[in-house]
Design a protein around this ligand. Structure first.
Ligand SMILES: Nc1nc2c(c(=O)[nH]1)N[C@H]1C(S)=C(S)[C@@H](COP(=O)(O)O)O[C@H]1N2
Ligand SMILES: [Mo]
Length: 505
């Protein structure tokens, strides 16, 4: 298209729009440079707001159809939205300077509203300066470029666009470098929340080592099969930028229908006698043979002890609330048996898994294992949690499942299958395997059980393969003798259930 084909009104605004967009990009880059990938990064609250207000059908579609891509998409849209929002503010500031005939003020007039918006969104005015400076810089350079040299309007516009885009590119690179190192303040270093050193009990660390060694001994050594204590523990959450709270800044409040509110700080928790337990988490949104079931050794305290210490009266329910805005509801009495944990496999709870403290509710779906938990609101009546509002039923006991993760040829010509089986607190009594599409069944060998109320087990099974391709099917029988249902239910709304099968040749 020729330049002349563009209506004059649009053409005269285009350079300003490009500069505004560049300023929006620079503001986001500047925010990242200052804050790193922490809640002080402007994209974090925007991403959080999307997670809170997006209708449940979109999230469910993202989980079921897009899988992990959905999370990336959400971060991308939050980034684009932040750029657009801040770019609009910067553009308005620039336009005002232009209208008023004070071009030298274009940069500051763009930077100040951007700084204000980021400060308001993140609550961190000092770190928000990064965003303000980014916008100021891009608009300032573009405006300067427009004013030097000839008076030809078209040439000046070109210089403005080039100036804006070039300064954005430079800033983007600087922002990326600073931000990935944890932000200009260095506040985002990965081990910041790991100030916890002891368990409040001198023997715990040795006991932890022993427990982990036991798990190691009981694990089958099979390539491609996670040991009983997962080496790569899955991560699922509603927000892409995780909270980051140092233990000293953290506390757990007990609020709501209580006679008087109570508060525990991190030391109050770790000074109590520590409890350790192996426990398996499974996400209710996991596909039938997915990889969102994992096990760790958790260290913490019984929630019931905290409720007693806080004199919580007999009530129906609790809303567990977290720093990322997530909330899930659970019966008080059931939550008494849960743990508030601050260590995972003997190490301080990692940031992605809820540092400094999270809930572990053995036998229940992952979603009630609230991470970054900071409030237990006692309720008189049942209420819906985040996922229940969106149609899921993920606070009840887990379904029984046998996963098939490994199909391999052995040296002696046989085939070996292996996987995990999990049935929450019911436990697993057997895993059965069929190598003929479900006509005949044989029992697999199970790993020795680990102590704990709800821990998965590994299974393995070797057989003489029939010539040609055949269908293998696996199914579990829980500790109460109940065979898991055959039908594939899909994850929505109550978690995937069904016999896993696979064509083997
Ligand atoms: N605060 C908070 N806690 C949360 C979530 C979340 O989004 N925010 N996701 C829940 C879900 S859906 C699951 S399956 C588990 C996953 O725990 P993990 O990431 O440690 O594996 O955390 C739960 N706890
Ligand atoms: Mo989940």
């Amino acid at each position: 298209m020729q330049r002349d084909d563009i209506p004059a009104a649009v053409r005269s605004r285009l350079p300003g729009v490009v500069v505004a967009l560049a300023a929006g990009g620079a503001a986001v880059a500047g925010s990242y440079a200052a804050a790193g990938f922490t809640p002080a990064y402007v994209v974090a609250p925007v991403d959080g707001a999307i997670a809170q207000y997006i209708p449940g059908v979109f999230i469910t579609f993202a989980i079921l159809v897009l899988g992990d891509l959905g999370a990336k998409l959400s971060l991308l849209s939050a980034t684009v939205l932040s750029m657009g929002l801040l770019g609009t503010l910067a553009g308005l500031g620039r336009a005002i300077a232009e209208e008023a005939g004070v071009q030298p003020l274009a940069g500051p007039l763009a930077g100040v509203p951007v700084w204000g918006a980021v400060a308001a969104l993140t609550g961190r005015p000092v770190l928000a300066l990064g965003a303000g400076v980014g916008a100021l810089f891009v608009v300032g350079i573009a405006s300067l470029a427009g004013r030097v040299g000839t008076d030809d309007v078209a040439a000046a516009d070109r210089r403005r666009v080039v100036g804006g885009v070039a300064s954005l590119t430079g800033l983007g690179a600087v922002g990326w470098l600073l931000g990935s190192r944890g932000g200009a303040t260095g506040s985002a270093s990965e081990d910041a929340p790991n100030a916890a050193t002891g368990d409040g009990d001198g023997d715990v660390n040795e006991a932890t080592m022993q427990a982990l060694a036991e798990a190691d001994e009981k694990s089958f050594d099979i390539d491609g099969l996670e040991p009983l204590v997962s080496e790569r523990f899955y991560v699922v959450d509603t927000s892409s930028v995780h909270p980051q709270t140092a233990p000293d800044d953290w506390s757990l409040s007990i609020t709501g229908a209580v006679d008087s509110a109570a508060r525990f700080d991190f030391d109050d928790i770790t000074e109590r006698e520590a409890v350790r337990e192996f426990s398996t988490l499974r996400c209710v949104g996991e596909r039938l043979n997915g990889k969102k079931t994992d096990t760790a050794l958790w260290t913490g305290v019984r929630v019931g002890d905290l409720l007693e210490a806080a004199d919580v009266p007999d009530r129906c329910c609790v809303m567990a609330r977290a720093e990322d805005g997530f909330y899930e509801e659970f019966p008080v009495d059931a939550l008494r048996e849960a743990l508030l944990v601050y260590r995972m496999n003997g190490k301080p709870l990692p940031r992605d898994h809820g540092a400094p403290a999270r809930l572990v509710v053995p036998g229940h779906w992952g979603e009630i294992h609230v991470k970054w938990v900071n409030e237990l609101e006692i309720l008189d009546e049942p209420a819906e949690g985040y996922w229940e509002e969106k149609g899921w039923h993920g606070t009840g006991p887990v379904n029984t499942i046998a996963k098939l993760y490994v199909t391999e040829d052995m040296d002696d010509g046989r085939k070996r299958l292996a996987g995990h089986a999990y049935a929450g607190t019911r436990g697993i009594s057997a895993v059965e395997v069929s190598a003929d599409g479900g006509d005949t069944w044989n029992e697999a060998e199970l790993s020795e059980p680990l102590p704990g109320r709800a821990v998965w087990r590994q299974w393995k099974y070797a057989y003489e393969p029939p010539g040609g391709s055949h269908e293998v099917v696996v199914r579990a029988i829980d500790g109460e003798g109940t065979l898991q249902p055959e039908a594939d239910s899909g994850p929505y709304p109550s978690g995937a259930s069904g016999w896993v099968s696979q064509e083997v040749s």
